[in-house]
Design a protein around this ligand. Structure first.
Ligand code: PMP
Length: 306
């Protein structure tokens, strides 16, 4: 029977057995770095492909550097642990992998120094994060913090209180997802996704200085749009009102994949349907992540050795 497993305190165990104490530092102060990695099931090959796991663990290591988390595993070792873990679970469906590097000391001191660190990772079956094909979004009254407040380029668990406030505000206002602005008032990103617009047949997306996480799906989409669709991709400050006049809009993320945004602040994006460029990128992306495109196999790590 397929089952969720965790790698916790240096050992593999059923997920239900992996528990932390109530005084764990990271639980109280958000002093952890997490990642989200997808395992995509390919039924014809009876194979699960992990999508760009090395890039996820390299980003995790950069976050650990910021948060003074001392983890004894290289990105390569973390990939090996993850492959072994996913194979143990034996799910025959799309899965989500959640690695966490965290301040594990049972201590109430608010600080980063003189605290132990640990690394865990677990696997759960998980389908699409945004459960609609055509997402309605609202611009949030909550803004993304600047890098000198809490760095958005690191996936620090504590910063997700900001995402959660914005996501629930959007939900309570009848939207599927939120779009946050940065401190300078330009478009930043969603609660767990980057955003792209199609303007004058170019792909436009906010850059790092707009307080975004440099998404791995974002990077994948930029490469696919340039290489496969021959599009110009522009990273620049994006005005809020450009959201209202773009021809197409979509969000990208490991959990969300590529989700079309068809309405923003009660205004239709384009004709309110999934746009042509969005559709092309969705099709390309879904074949690439399932190991169906020979050109991009270096992004796919097979779990089962056959
Ligand atoms: N922005 C935020 C705030 C996120 O949490 C995520 C999800 N990791 C993304 C963007 C998309 O990043 P990625 O494509 O690497 O999953």
């Amino acid at each position: 029977m397929p089952q969720s497993y965790a790698f916790f305190q240096g050992k593999f165990m059923p997920l239900s057995e992996a528990k932390i104490g109530v005084m764990t530092h990271a639980l109280h102060y958000g002093t952890a770095i997490f990642e989200g990695i997808r395992g995509n099931w390919n039924p014809e090959q009876k194979q699960t492909y992990l999508f760009r796991p090395r890039e996820h663990y390299e980003r995790m290591h950069r976050g650990c550097q910021v948060m003074k988390l001392d983890i004894p595993y290289t990105a390569e070792k973390m990939c090996d642990i993850t492959v072994e873990l996913v194979a143990k679970c034996a799910f025959e469906e799309d899965i989500y992998i959640r690695p966490l590097a965290y301040k594990s000391s049972e201590s109430l001191y608010v600080r980063l120094h003189d605290l132990d660190s640990d690394f865990l990772v677990f696997v759960i079956p998980w389908g699409p994060y945004i459960k609609v094909d055509k997402a309605k979004c609202g611009v949030s009254s909550w803004r993304r913090p600047n890098d000198d407040m809490i760095p958005p380029q690191a996936k620090i668990t504590g910063i997700y209180a900001n995402s959660a406030l914005a996501k629930t505000e959007a939900h309570d206002n009848g939207f599927h997802e939120t779009i946050m602005l940065c401190q300078s008032g330009y478009v930043s990103e969603g609660s767990g996704e980057n955003i792209f617009l199609v303007i004058d047949d170019k792909l436009v997306t906010p850059a790092t200085y707009s307080s975004i996480l440099m998404g791995i799906t974002r990077d994948t989409v930029i490469k696919l749009a340039k290489n496969e669709l021959g599009m110009d991709v522009v990273e620049r400050p994006v005005d809020r009102s450009e959201l209202y006049v773009a021809k197409e809009a979509f969000m990208t993320g490991t959990a969300a994949n590529i989700t079309a945004v068809t309405e923003i602040d009660h205004r239709k994006v384009g004709d309110g349907e999934v746009g042509e460029i969005t559709r092309k990128l969705q099709n390309l992306y879904s074949s690439v992540i399932r190991g169906r495109n020979p050109k991009y196999m270096e992004w796919c790590t097979p779990v089962y050795k056959r």
